[in-house]
Design a protein around this ligand. Structure first.
Ligand SMILES: [Zn+2]
Length: 98
């Protein structure tokens, strides 16, 4: 995973921490579950007043990606941990309403 030194590091930290938590506490599961949960928790943040924690926010880069590319559902559900690169390159354009 490439990091931009100017970017907020916390989404990556929470994403990777979620992977560690999953690996330490749950039986091995499908890639879509591990990555989905890790991305869900990557959006964790605390409000400026420190009174509220937020999680599950929309990730802007996901919205931008999904506007231009879709991965077939069967490819997502059948992906294993060794096929990330193939999964990311086997995308199809999203269907546009007709
Ligand atoms: Zn991940």
């Amino acid at each position: 995973m490439a990091l931009d030194a100017r970017a907020d590091p916390y989404p990556v930290v929470f994403h990777e921490f979620t992977h560690l938590f999953i690996e330490a506490n749950l039986a091995a599961g499908p890639l879509w579950f591990a990555e989905g949960l890790a991305e869900y928790y990557s959006s964790f943040n605390v409000s400026d007043d420190g009174k509220h924690a937020n999680v599950g926010r929309v990730v802007a880069r996901h919205v931008l990606l999904l506007r231009n590319r879709w991965v077939p559902l069967d490819a997502v559900l059948s992906a294993g941990h060794g096929v990330r690169a193939r999964l990311l390159t086997s995308v199809v354009p999203p269907r546009r309403p007709g």
